[in-house]
Design a protein around this ligand. Structure first.
Ligand SMILES: Nc1ncnc2c1ncn2[C@@H]1O[C@H](COP(=O)(O)OP(=O)(O)O)[C@@H](O)[C@H]1O
Ligand SMILES: [Mg+2]
Length: 189
């Protein structure tokens, strides 16, 4: 029997507990876990590094696509604050025939900030210092998943100007090639 793999996407604000959940899922489901924070600090010493996070995430989605095609599960431990980003990643997973699970992690706001601070004290190498104004900014930008999104109702149309979600994704993450096209060899981003 062929079991279709699943792409798990962790969603939520910093400190909520996404990576903790992602680690558990990786063990339970024998899944590859891709956590950008664990790469940004060692590679660039900074959480954003002038847009390099987008570069890294694009390659991680591309890797996740290959992993799913190989039949194995994968976790993108991204946070994904914008619903369009989540729709695009879901479309990419489903285009391979894989399942998709959105794992939204939310906790009380003061608890989240306490956790983020504790994590910074305990493992500064895999995280970034966040002060209250950073948390305020994240909270203002975050688009919590709606009930429809959590229920995986049919995907909405992509924003105007994009033929499909894969197209939108390759513009959002420039190192991600157009995964809906039959690209024999990789195109330049
Ligand atoms: N359910 C929980 N209860 C208490 N502390 C938790 C829980 N989940 C995570 N933590 C702690 O909170 C901090 C942030 O968790 P983490 O998984 O790194 O969050 P995120 O990846 O969402 O930023 C870590 O120190 C972690 O050990
Ligand atoms: Mg994390």
């Amino acid at each position: 029997m062929i079991v279709k793999p699943t792409l798990y996407l962790t969603v939520g604000l910093p400190g909520a507990g996404k990576t903790t959940l992602a680690r558990r899922l990786a063990e339970e489901r024998c899944a590859l876990r891709l956590t950008p924070d664990e790469w940004m600090a060692p590679l660039f010493g900074d959480g954003e590094a002038d847009g390099r996070r987008d570069i890294l995430e694009g390659r991680m989605i591309w890797t996740a696509h290959q992993v799913l095609q190989s039949g194995a599960p994968v976790i993108l431990d991204f946070g994904c604050w914008a619903s369009d980003e989540r729709y695009a990643i879901r479309a990419i997973a489903e285009s391979t025939g894989a399942g998709f699970e959105l794992r939204y992690v939310a906790v009380d706001e003061s608890e989240r900030r306490t956790r983020a601070q504790r994590r910074w004290r305990e493992s500064p190498e895999s995280t970034f210092l966040m002060v209250d104004s950073d948390h305020d900014q994240s909270l203002a930008q975050f688009q919590p998943p709606t009930a429809d999104e959590l229920a995986l109702t049919p995907l909405p149309a992509p924003p105007s100007g994009s033929e499909n979600w894969q197209h939108w994704a390759s513009e959002r993450w420039p190192t991600l090639p157009r995964l809906d096209l039959d690209i024999a060899t990789e195109q330049s981003p």
